[in-house]
Design a protein around this ligand. Structure first.
Ligand SMILES: NC(=O)c1ccc[n+]([C@@H]2O[C@H](COP(=O)([O-])OP(=O)(O)OC[C@H]3O[C@@H](n4cnc5c(N)ncnc54)[C@H](O)[C@@H]3O)[C@@H](O)[C@H]2O)c1
Length: 340
């Protein structure tokens, strides 16, 4: 069955003014669905979504949530809204548990009150913690599938794992249907350059590389070149933002036919080292990228690469952007003429 095909649906997109959510809103509209964005704009941008579908509100405000559910008949909810800066979650865990856990519990309560029973959740590879031996060896690279033990290293990862467990319990108790996607590193931008990644502070590698190339950001710090990888720098899995959005669309169709709470990795299954990413950026931009080698950061694993075979087999999902150069070109188009 092709889960990319769905009848038109009304979809509440929490956090839809953020980086990944805004690409999702666009895809939903292109596919004939009706998204309503609920966002407090704490890290998102009003310019990233059509004005007529944006509702400004905070997940911690139960009455604002009730209002949005009362005004629309939603078929499903996609939940991108979260605080997601790992070091900040270590220094201010209360903020992370309040926003990511309490806020999500409010959302699930509002859904249950209104009988909305389909939920797609943005989880993260951070639920796994450090990779342990015994992972699959796809492409000769150590990869993690969904059976890898979960052991988050910080409150951010813990807040996401807790919600995954809530979803399991609510499936059993209330019949809530859900899909939790464990993204690896979201990257890239809309190919037409109209949407892209805009975080402040920016903590992600590719935007920071491109800002260094443009001179709009500081010189890049490359944290550690003595990891157990071919060139000594950390290897990560970068998945294009539109490939993430495509998986969410498929989840809508999947939940029509499947009960229960389901978990899928989303990654492209290829690892790229920091040096490889840097090299792709130099080739695409035609500019040297100023950088220095800094000491390792505590807690960074050598290699984090997804095994997404389950999403491929069950959802029929196939990442379309598998080449780092192609991914970088979309990001560069956005950053070199950033709209917001
Ligand atoms: N970007 C990545 O590489 C990555 C990787 C793994 C998981 N994730 C998860 O994916 C989701 C989206 O990430 P992103 O990079 O697009 O983040 P983002 O910060 O760009 O988007 C999050 C959006 O949620 C909104 N928001 C936050 N708290 C809210 C609240 N209490 N009420 C209403 N709105 C609120 C923000 O204003 C923002 O628009 C997050 O849940 C994140 O944890 C992202």
């Amino acid at each position: 069955m092709d889960d990319s095909m769905n009848d038109s649906m009304n979809v509440l997109v929490c956090g839809g003014a953020g980086y990944i959510g805004s690409h999702m809103v666009r895809l939903l509209q292109e596919q004939g669905h009706t998204p309503v964005v609920f966002d407090n704009l704490s890290t998102g941008h009003a310019e990233a979504v059509p004005e007529d579908c944006l509702v400004r509100g905070d997940l911690r405000d139960k009455s604002a949530l009730r209002r949005v559910f009362a005004e629309h008949a939603f078929d499903a909810v996609m939940h991108f809204a979260a605080k997601s800066i790992v070091p900040e979650s270590v220094t201010d865990p209360a903020l992370y548990y309040e926003n990511n856990v309490a806020g999500t519990l409010n959302l699930l309560d509002a859904m249950r009150e209104e009988g909305v029973m389909r939920f797609v959740f943005s989880s993260t590879a951070a639920v796994y913690g450090n990779p342990i031996d015994g992972g699959a060896q796809g492409n000769g690279v150590f990869t993690m599938d969904e059976l890898h033990p979960v052991a988050p290293l910080n409150p951010y990862g813990h807040s996401k794992l807790f919600i995954e467990q809530v979803l399991q319990a609510q499936a059993r108790a209330y019949g809530l249907r859900s899909v939790a996607f464990r993204y690896f590193n979201a990257a890239g931008a809309a190919p037409d350059g109209e949407l892209g990644e805009s975080h402040d502070p920016e903590t992600h590698l590719i935007p920071n590389i491109l800002r260094a190339a443009l001179g709009t950001g500081p010189e890049l710090h490359l944290f550690g070149d003595d990891y157990a990888t071919p060139d000594g720098t950390c290897v990560r899995d970068y998945i294009h933002v539109n490939d993430l959005a495509d998986a969410h669309l498929r989840a809508l169709g999947f939940m029509r036919r499947e009960e229960g709470a389901h978990t899928f990795n989303l990654g492209n299954g290829q690892g790229f080292s920091v040096r490889q990413v840097l090299q792709a950026a130099e080739e695409v931009t035609g500019r040297p990228i100023p950088h220095t080698i800094s000491p390792r950061r505590p807690g960074d694993a050598d290699v984090l690469v997804a095994d997404s075979a389950k999403a491929r087999a069950v959802l029929g999902w196939e990442p379309k952007v598998t080449d780092m150069r192609e991914l970088m070109e979309t990001a560069w188009r956005w950053h070199s003429d950033q709209k917001f």
